[in-house]
Design a protein around this ligand. Structure first.
Ligand code: APR
Length: 248
């Protein structure tokens, strides 16, 4: 009979010692790290708005066809996000960054919570909901209005503004993508937290790290396709597992 609690302690201890000895660490996060802050994940329960799936609204075609509807959806998300605070999982990553010589945090999340928690070297590969981009002149600016005026206009050229996030079918920002891939290929230790590992290219970063010899650990409340690739999968809530690792 396996003593599960003892196995778990050994696993936490192994991860903690890898955290302590690794000079270069990359963390990849998905919606699951923000779930305990009260933000619905994309593929879990509660991700719906007026019965639309994100895949139906977060597209250039949807914005082209009905920019008003897409802005109403983003206003709903901004109003949901505005009072939300980072949770212990976000703060644990701030502490790990503080202790690690080379640390890169790659996030698929657009909620801005890593920056709010104090993380510094953050690559937002899917953009940030608190930034807007002009569809005419391409200028990108911060905007924290809640709600935003529907069909907002650029203050430089009066063009229509859109959320500065990556929509389905769009290319990721190339600089952020290249930097993320290089960080994954060069790190000693990768932590993958709260992502379903379905959406490319983020889902490939774990394999890049593994193939480059890194020790890769996944933290999720359930197994994912990445579980076949990584060295260890810790099943549980991100804040609980990270807090336990940090307190080892
Ligand atoms: N702790 C850890 N993991 C959690 C928690 C939690 N408390 N709650 C949920 N999860 C896990 C779920 O099991 C799931 O595997 O978080 C993952 C969330 O998966 P998705 O909802 O698919 O979100 P994500 O992986 O970030 O999606 C990637 O897809 O929709 C696009 O651009 C969008 O960035 C998003 C991308």
């Amino acid at each position: 009979m396996i003593d599960v609690s003892r196995f778990y302690f050994i696993l936490m201890d192994e991860i903690k010692s890898k955290l302590n000895t690794s000079q270069s660490i990359v963390v990849l996060t998905g919606a699951g790290i923000s779930a305990e802050s009260g933000i619905p994940t994309f593929r879990g329960q509660g991700g719906l708005w007026r019965n639309f799936r994100p895949e139906q609204l977060a597209t250039p075609e949807a914005f082209e066809a009905n920019p008003q509807l897409v802005w109403e959806w983003y206003n709903w998300r901004r109003e949901l996000l505005a009072p939300i605070s980072p949770n212990p999982a976000h703060y644990a990553l701030v502490e790990i960054e503080r202790q690690t010589p080379q640390f890169t945090l790659i996030t698929q999340n657009v909620d801005g919570l890593h920056g709010k928690a104090g993380s510094r070297n953050v690559i937002e590969i899917h953009g940030n909901i608190w930034k807007v981009k002009c569809t005419q002149c391409g200028s990108i600016t911060d905007n924290f209005d809640v709600p935003m005026q529907i069909l907002p206009a650029c203050q430089i050229c009066d063009g229509l503004l859109r959320p500065n996030v990556v929509w389905f079918g769009e290319m990721l920002p190339q600089e952020e993508l290249y930097t993320s891939q290089r960080a994954a290929a060069e790190c000693e230790f990768m932590l993958i937290i709260g992502t379903s590992g379905i959406v490319q290219p983020a889902a490939s970063f774990g394999l890049i790290a593994k193939q480059s010899g890194a020790y890769v650990v996944e933290i999720n409340i359930e197994r994912t396709p990445l579980s076949e690739v990584v060295d260890r999968t810790c099943i549980g809530k991100a804040s609980e597992i990270l807090t336990r690792i940090m307190s080892q």
